[in-house]
Design a protein around this ligand. Structure first.
Ligand code: IMP
Ligand code: MG
Length: 173
């Protein structure tokens, strides 16, 4: 039987907010070049929509990490499944994520990526669930939506690899 999905954020709401955040990033990085790091697979839809709306020069790289062990709890151990293609030395990096939950994935990622000597490094997320945060040191500069502690799908986010292609953010009921 198909899962019933309740719409939490419509496609229009998500796109309008991405435009706002893109404007903010374009202003903040005026005269500079932004190197976006998309965290696969969840971050891919958001990264594309964000990148299309930026008015500053942009380059893109992709990284795939796995933070979950067998359960649904983030283990804190992040495995790099696919590393970046290019070095970060001297670059103005913005990491683009689908959602920040416990913060374990990003806390770890920021630590390893800082060691590659970027000029700067900031975080940008489509969704943030601050109630679930374990790693309080994770500072998110750009966040589109703060959501309650519910499991969401769509716009890149999956449940068992399904629903990433939904054009909106929904909750499975
Ligand atoms: P963290 O390390 O706990 O912050 O985990 C972040 C990762 O967990 C995200 O990149 C997602 O892949 C996954 N995740 C956390 N919450 C959700 C959710 O509500 N729906 C789908 N994936 C989620
Ligand atoms: Mg993910």
């Amino acid at each position: 039987m198909a899962d019933k999905i309740r719409v939490l954020l419509t496609e229009e709401e998500v796109n309008a907010k991405i435009s706002e955040i893109a404007d903010q990033i374009s202003r903040d990085y005026e005269g500079r070049h932004v190197h976006l790091i998309c965290i696969l697979k969840g971050g891919v839809f958001f990264t594309c929509e964000l990148a299309k709306r930026l008015t500053v020069p942009v380059s893109l790289d992709f990284m795939s990490v796995s933070s979950y062990g067998s359960g649904t709890q983030s283990s804190g151990v992040v495995k790099i499944i696919k590393d970046l293609d290019e070095p970060l030395e001297g670059k103005e990096v913005v990491i683009v994520e689908d959602i920040i939950d416990s913060g374990r994935t990003l806390a770890y990622l920021v630590e390893i990526l800082k060691q590659r000597n970027p000029k700067s490094i900031e975080l940008c997320t489509l969704l943030d669930k601050p109630e679930r945060r374990v790693k309080k040191q994770v500072k998110v500069k750009y966040s589109c939506f703060t959501i309650p502690d519910e499991f969401v799908v769509g716009y890149g986010l999956d449940y068992d690899q399904k629903y990433r292609n939904l054009p909106y953010i929904g909750v499975i009921e």
